[in-house]
Design a protein around this ligand. Structure first.
Ligand code: ZN
Length: 140
């Protein structure tokens, strides 16, 4: 199966929440002068979600990416020119600029994995239609 292309366009996000993501990204970027924040994925098609689930890269078909309510970010170290995918780097970034203060939350803060993932905070409370089984809320 050919990997469906990933969408990195912020404009593809749910328009009601685009502002939360752009404000947070700007705040985070400001606090990380030696890093360039790269958005690696925004809204995801059903076909791509199926592909990622089949590959084991996602554990759900209920991802908030499908609704345009989640993004994934990479931290490019502009000194080394390398992307730092370590949990430690994300933990440090989110300590400096906690997404929860901006109405967002990272996968790491929710489930202690998938630190690059950011989605709306309290999504289950706000959007009960999204509530699934315990396994279903493993969003990536
Ligand atoms: Zn994600």
């Amino acid at each position: 199966m050919i990997e469906p292309e990933q969408n990195r366009d912020l404009e593809a996000l749910d328009a009601d929440y685009l502002g939360l993501f752009t404000v947070y990204l700007a705040a985070l970027q400001k606090r990380l002068p030696n890093y360039k924040i790269i958005v690696t994925e925004t809204r995801r098609s059903k076909e791509r979600q199926e592909f990622l689930k089949a590959k084991g890269a996602s554990k759900t078909m209920h991802s908030n990416h499908l609704l345009g309510r989640a993004i994934d970010i990479a931290l490019l170290n502009t000194v080394t020119g390398q992307i730092d995918w370590s949990d430690l780097a994300y933990k440090a970034a989110y300590t400096l600029c906690d997404p929860r203060r901006y109405g967002l939350v990272s996968g790491g803060q929710l489930w202690d994995w998938d630190w690059p993932h950011l989605e709306l905070m309290d999504i289950d409370a706000k959007y009960p239609a999204l509530i699934g089984t315990a396994e279903d809320i493993w969003l990536t």
